[in-house]
Write a protein that binds this ligand. Structure first.
Ligand SMILES: O=c1ccn([C@H]2C[C@H](O)[C@@H](COP(=O)(O)OP(=O)(O)OP(=O)(O)O)O2)c(=O)[nH]1
Length: 364
């Protein structure tokens, strides 16, 4: 484990610290990391050249590397160098271009990018010795692999594509409810009344101010999506529009929905937030497959006022009647170790600042 090179306060490391860690080789990659991979509080990870089709998803477990365990699950492997389709319903592993040599004070978390989650692509990182998805323990040295399961649409991928991202953490810096209330009193974090209980609660919008479009449901048997094609696809070929004036939507088990939060949310520049994927007591459904909110998202200084959270929803077990204004999730806020020199939506190519109900950037 490399010795510490850190002088930062506790918190999620901002863009300028990520650049420094790259210079120090703590985060390395081949080909070299590009400036556009660096986000306000995260680094986009890139696919390598080879995909391995698996018969089942797995975690390597303590004392085992991913490479050692792969032969148990591998069905076949192929190069994606000139573009290959990852089929809906199958599980793949792709080694990522980035590697880590973390000092003992730094741990990391990974998650699918919002654009990936909105396509119902389940993307999770596994590491050597890994016993959890998307968690990289403090001091980890080694490779990163993305497990990819396209659930609604088959997708065309190439090396270098960015499906997920990593955040580096120095210690723990999650805000307590008291700290969150104090922050909200100074900078409103949510429009309307704030429901603060183990994070900031938010609800679903099923009564839009204008019109009656409340969401989208993924169509079965749709075509392939090339993840490099932005603004290219006709939503009608992939999504069924959901209209209602009743403020109610019955979720079908297994179907995938794009919905939106009723509240506008704000992430001030010194904070980042993560959406909890499930609120078990609310119902058997998942509200996101991405879930990371950048510093500056929805913030006035980055022209974001009014930004809603887009929800990627799937319910399990039984059909479930979702009602307008029902609490469906919560945002957990964390401190940044310093204010990032980039903010979401301000001067960087951000696709979702100021968003309402919005499909992924691949659609017209
Ligand atoms: O489940 C989620 C996750 C994120 N967001 C919002 C907040 C976040 O700050 C923004 C962008 O997220 P991310 O950086 O993961 O998306 P991207 O696909 O990289 O978009 P961009 O190209 O705009 O950075 O989308 C949601 O509404 N729902």
């Amino acid at each position: 484990m490399p010795a510490s090179t850190l002088s930062e306060p506790a918190g999620v490391l901002p863009s300028q610290s990520l650049r420094r860690l790259i210079e120090q080789g703590i985060v390395a990659a081949r080909p070299e990391i590009r400036a556009e991979q660096i986000q306000p509080a995260s680094l986009d990870l890139r696919l390598g050249d080879t995909a391995v089709r698996l018969r089942a998803s797995f975690l390597p477990g303590r004392g085992k590397t991913v490479a050692e365990r792969l032969p148990e699950f591998e069905m076949h492997r192929f190069s994606i160098a000139s573009g290959m389709v990852l089929e809906k319903g199958c599980v793949y592993v792709v080694e990522l271009a980035e590697t880590l040599a973390l000092p003992r004070e730094l741990s990391a978390v990974t998650n699918a990018k919002s654009s990936t989650g909105r396509l119902d692509l389940l993307v999770r990182v596994i590491t050597d010795d890994g016993v959890e998805f998307d968690r990289v323990p403090a001091g980890y040295t080694g490779k990163l692999y993305a497990e990819i399961c396209p659930r609604s649409f088959s997708v065309l991928v190439r090396p270098g594509m960015r499906l997920n991202q990593i955040r580096l953490r120095h210690g723990q810096s999650v805000l307590s409810d008291a700290e969150l209330s104090a922050l909200h009193a100074g900078t409103p974090l949510v429009s309307g009344e704030a429901l603060i209980s183990e994070g900031l609660g938010f609800s679903v919008d099923l009564k839009p101010e204008t019109g009656d479009l409340v969401g989208y449901r993924a169509k079965p048997h749709a075509g392939v999506i090339d993840l490099d094609r932005i603004g290219a696809y006709d939503p009608a070929e992939f999504w069924e529009e959901l209209h209602t004036t009743t403020g109610q939507l019955i979720l079908d088990p297994g179907a995938f929905y794009i919905l939106v939060s009723r509240e506008a949310v704000c992430i001030p520049p010194l904070y980042a937030a993560e959406m909890a994927p499930y609120l078990a007591m609310v119902g058997e459904f998942r509200v996101h497959y991405a879930g990371f909110f950048d510093p500056g998202f929805g913030h006035a200084a980055a022209d974001g006022v009014g930004s809603r959270g887009v929800l990627e929803v799937r319910c399990h077990e039984a059909p479930f009647a979702l009602e307008h204004g029902q609490i469906v999730g919560r945002l957990v806020y964390e401190r940044m170790s310093a204010e990032p020199d980039l903010l979401y939506g301000a001067g960087i190519a951000s696709n979702y600042q100021g968003q309402g109900l919005k499909l992924s950037k691949h659609f017209k």
